[in-house]
Design a protein around this ligand. Structure first.
Ligand code: SF4
Length: 63
C-alpha cells in the first residue's frame, strides 16, 4: 500500500501522527512529513486508522 498526503489540505493537527507515528511526523511548516511512502503490511491498520481520523481528508491510500 502506498500513502500520499495532500499538503494543500493538511492543517497539521497531528491526528495521523498519533495514529501512526512510524509513518507520519509533524514538520516545521504546519504540515506532516512522510517517513515512508510504501507501507508494510504490519502498519496497514495504523495507516487506515490515520486516514479515517484525518479531518481534512488529506491522506490518500493506493493499493
Ligand atoms: S491528520 Fe490530516 S490534517 Fe492532520 S496532520 Fe495528518 S494529514 Fe494533516
Amino acid at each position: 500500500m502506498r500513502v500520499v498526503v495532500d499538503l494543500d489540505l493538511c492543517e497539521g493537527n497531528a491526528r495521523c501522527v498519533k495514529a501512526a507515528p512510524e509513518v507520519f511526523a509533524l514538520n516545521d511548516h504546519d504540515g506532516v512529513d512522510l517517513l515512508m511512502t510504501e507501507v508494510p503490511e504490519s502498519l496497514r491498520e495504523k495507516v487506515l486508522d490515520a486516514e479515517r481520523k484525518c479531518p481534512r481528508c488529506a491522506i490518500k491510500l493506493e493499493g
